[in-house]
Structure formats: C-alpha cells, structure tokens
Design a protein. Structure first.
Length: 124
C-alpha cells in the first residue's frame, strides 16, 4: 500500500474534463433555480394580480441589478435544460462513443450561452 497518499483531498488541483464542469454547472443551475423559485413565483403573482401591480413590477424591473439577477436565472434555466437534454440522450444510449459524449458537453455550453446572449439582449 502506498503510504504517501494525501490525507486531504485538494479539490483545486483536480483536473476535470469539460463534461465534469458541465455536470457541476448542471447541479449549480438546478440549485439556483430551486432557490429562486419563490422570487419567480412572486414576480408571476405581481404580474397577474392587477394592472397597478404589473406597472409597479415593470418599474422595478428597470433596475439593472434585478435585470442582471434575471439574466443569471435565464442562464441557469437554459443551461439546466440543455444539460438535462444531454443527460437524457446519454441515458438513452444515443451517443455512440465517449468522444461524442464529451463533444456534447461543448455543445451544451455553446448553445446555452448563445441562447442566453440572444434572449438577454432581447429582454434587456
């Protein structure tokens, strides 16, 4: 047995493949969406309650910090959706090789970031 094993795991020294980072971001984006769910439901409630609350919500949404928060949530949703589709395709054995599965992680990042930019510009 090797006696020079590290006693503590140095997470910052571990070299993950891109698919590992996509997996971590998938979990992070899911947690962000779960934590933000009360805020999103409140925004939906305020938009549907009356015309006064809707105009008040529109005035509040003009704040750049709130827009930035919603842009982050938009990225979280799009990344979680795209990565979820990737995992579904992998689970259905539609990706024939490891290289195709690794290439799909590049596609997940590219598509989710591109859609975030496109929708973010439209919504900003």
């Amino acid at each position: 047995m090797n006696k020079t094993r590290p006693k503590h795991l140095a997470l910052h020294l571990i070299k993950l493949p891109l698919s590992g980072y996509v997996s971590i971001l998938h979990r992070l984006s899911g947690a962000m969406l779960f934590i933000a769910l009360p805020l999103l439901l409140l925004l939906l409630d305020q938009s549907l309650r009356s015309i006064e609350t809707y105009t008040n919500l529109n005035d509040n949404l003009a704040n750049p910090l709130l827009k930035l928060l919603l842009l982050g949530l938009l990225w979280a949703f799009l990344h979680h959706f795209c990565a979820g589709l990737r995992y579904l395709v992998i689970d259905l054995h539609l990706l024939p090789s490891l290289s195709a599965a690794r290439a799909s992680s590049k596609w997940v990042l590219a598509v989710s970031l591109s859609l975030t930019v496109l929708l973010g510009v439209k919504l900003w």
